[in-house]
Every structure is written in C-alpha cells, then in structure tokens.
Design a protein around this ligand. Structure first.
Ligand code: SAM
Length: 268
C-alpha cells in the first residue's frame, strides 16, 4: 500500500486537500499531525504539496482494526456503543447502539459526541426535534431515547435513510417517535406530527459554510426561544457561524470545543 505522508492537518492544509485528490489520491486520513494520502502509484505532485514523503506500508484490514478498537463513548447521559459492546452500557446511562457502517455517526467523532452531549443537557420530554444531516440517525435516535416525543432526521444522501431506520429499530425506539426522510431544509417536511414544520429543538452536524447558508431556514423551523445545536464546525470557522447567528437574531450563543472541532448552541 502506497501512502504519501504530508505534514499538517486537514485544517492547516485545507487548501491543499484538493491538490491531493486531483493528483489521484484514493483516500485521505489525518493522524498524529500528518495527512496520510493513499495512492495506487507514485505520481508527480505540485510544488505546494512536495514537502511530504512517499512510504510503502504493509496492507492492513482497516475495517477489522477500526472495529476492534471501538470503545463505548460517553456523551452526557448517553453511552454510545456498537452492538457487540451492549453489555458495557452502565446501568445509570441511556444506551444508544449504533452499528458502524456506511453512514456518518458512530459517536466516535467529536462533533457527534458533543451534539449528543448538548441534547442530553436539555429536558427533551415531549419535545419535537429536527435533525438536519442525520447520517446514521444517531442524533434523532438519541433525542427519542432522551424522551422526545418525535424526532425527524433529514439527509440529502439517500443511503442514510434505511441505515437510520434500522438503527432506530435496533434501539427499540417506539414506532412513530422517529422518522427519516431524504431531503433538506426548504423541502416539504412530513406534516403528520409537526404540521407547521416548526420544531422545539433543531440540531445539525454539517459544516460552517452550510450553517451560514441555512441559518435563515433554521429560524423558520424552530419555535421562538427553542434551542439550536450546530456542529461540524472547525474552530477556525467559528466567526462565520457566530456572524450568521447574530445576523438572524439568535441569542444566548455559547461555544464548546473538542480539539479542532466546535459546537455552538443558541436560542431562536
Ligand atoms: N448527524 C450525524 C452525526 O452527528 O454524526 C451525521 C453527521 S454527518 C457529519 C453530515 C450528514 O449531513 C451527512 O450524512 C450528509 O449526507 C448530510 N448532509 C450534507 N449536506 C446536507 C444538506 N444540505 N441537507 C441535509 N443533509 C446534508
């Protein structure tokens, strides 16, 4: 397996990631201060990314290794585990089982963990939640397990919907307490539970530029005073999101961070 080791992180070398893809990288990974770019063959690289080093590495079964290294993740009142670690959910915690697979959201990414923690800080009893960019459904399902009456997850990627539905079933979420649909804000949302499309809580793990674009739509889908939870934000991009929230009149803006990732909460 051929790997190009480029010093830096996805954040510090953001402008160079496209160059790696254009040069033929088949995958990028960030580990211990290095970007690891996987290639099928050694190739001429542009000057801006020549400060790295080509390495031939032994093939590894990444999936098996990834699965073997998974540990339970505690996020506030919730412990997230893959199915084979169910027994490790502490009796005092709300257990959330997510099968690692094709959809983002096993709980092991800082953004997912912080979002579940932020949901767990709220009293969700009887509340309705809109989860934008639901992926594995982890946030909508966490909301339902924490007492929400109804959590709707939407995602532009159709592959996520059956995965989220299966994860809801695996967690024995009662029928009708979660729903998942392909789409985004601006689409017609199913009106059987939340007729006016206005939810008590809105959570979105996307990215800063998209939050900036969608923040006006967040206002339209959140009851006055309702909590907004936004993550997927690199700390360097916080001013963009904070500026957008100010522009739309959100109040009580608070930030938490984990490494290079930030989560912002605010009130509509
Ligand atoms: N909610 C999960 C979590 O917190 O782990 C998954 C978050 S993942 C980072 C972002 C998800 O948002 C992806 O599944 C992606 O397909 C979806 N997405 C990207 N742009 C979107 C948009 N404009 N509207 C809805 N979903 C979007």
């Amino acid at each position: 397996m051929l790997v190009y080791h480029l010093p830096g992180t996805f954040e510090t070398r953001e402008d160079h990631l496209d160059l790696l893809w254009e040069a033929g990288a088949t995958g990028l990974e960030e580990r211990a201060g290095l970007i690891r770019a996987y290639f099928d063959e050694e190739t001429e690289l542009p000057d801006a990314i020549r400060d790295g080093e080509w390495r031939q590495e032994a093939d590894q079964d990444w999936l098996a290794e990834f699965k073997a290294n998974l540990r339970p993740v505690q996020a506030g009142r919730v412990t997230i585990v893959p199915p084979w670690l169910r027994a490790e959910i502490p009796a005092t915690q709300v257990g959330l089982v997510i099968e690692p697979g094709m959809a983002f959201g096993t709980g092991h990414h800082a953004t997912t963990r912080m979002a579940v923690e932020a949901l767990s800080d709220l009293n969700l009893d009887g509340q309705t939640i809109l989860d934008v960019g639901t992926g594995s459904g982890v946030l909508a399902i966490a909301g339902a397990l924490l007492g929400a009456e109804y959590a709707l997850g939407v995602d532009i990627d159709p592959i996520t919907i059956p995965i989220a539905e299966e994860n809801a079933r695996d967690n024995a979420v009662p029928e009708g307490r979660t729903a998942f649909m392909v789409g985004t804000l601006g689409d017609d949302l199913p009106g059987d539970v939340v007729a006016d499309g206005v939810f008590d809580v809105l959570v979105a793990n996307l990215y800063a530029e998209l939050h900036d674009l969608l923040v006006g739509a967040y206002v339209g889908h959140l009851r006055p005073g309702g909590p907004l939870i936004l993550t997927g934000i690199l700390t360097g991009k916080l001013p963009l999101v904070q500026g957008a929230l100010d522009r739309e009149g959100f109040t009580d803006v608070q930030v938490r961070t984990d490494g290079e990732w930030a989560l912002v909460t605010a009130r509509a």
